[in-house]
Write a protein of this length. Structure first.
Length: 167
């Protein structure tokens, strides 16, 4: 640490860049490009990339570095709720209701209600306005932004959509 304080910053940048570059190069290629160099077995590639749902990008567009990080995360094993993912909702809904809140599962939300201060204040379900202090969307951010934010407020999420949808 003392040496880092003594070495001029531009030198430190060059040293770190030189040492880290070989490791950072895995972020320059897509998952599909890297795995295609290793095997032509499509089933094996499918097995190796099944985690792409965790970072929501298909192997033809995802950075291999992200794929490697997510795969490494699960190397020691993963956890799954006993009884399946629906147990999360079954367990948390009573807590929400005990706090005078409401949880809607599989509710066909058609729009998020937004006030003059650009704050989500509820949702529209089957034409009914349901107001809430907190609105949580359990679907992807892309679908939430594209289809649930009213056209009058789309400008608020355009920069987020560009980041999400950029290759």
């Amino acid at each position: 640490l003392f040496l880092l304080k003594c070495i001029p910053y531009p030198w430190i940048q060059k040293i770190i860049h030189k040492l880290a570059r070989p490791f950072l190069s895995i972020f320059d290629e897509t998952t599909e490009q890297v795995l295609s160099k290793l095997t032509t077995n499509k089933k094996l590639i499918g097995i190796l990339t099944y985690l792409y749902g965790d970072y929501l990008e298909v192997p033809s567009r995802s950075s291999f570095g992200i794929q490697a990080l997510v795969s490494d995360h699960y190397m020691g094993g993963g956890y799954f709720p006993v009884g399946g993912p629906s147990m999360i909702a079954r367990t948390i809904v009573p807590i929400i209701e005990k706090s005078k809140g409401k949880a809607f599962v599989r509710a066909p939300v058609s729009s998020i209600l937004i006030n003059e201060e650009n704050k989500a204040i509820g949702v529209v379900v089957k034409g009914h306005h349901i107001f809430s202090r907190i609105v949580v969307s359990a679907i992807s951010s892309t679908i939430t932004y594209k289809y649930l934010i009213p056209q009058t407020h789309q400008h608020l999420v355009q920069s987020h959509l560009k980041i999400i949808e950029s290759p």
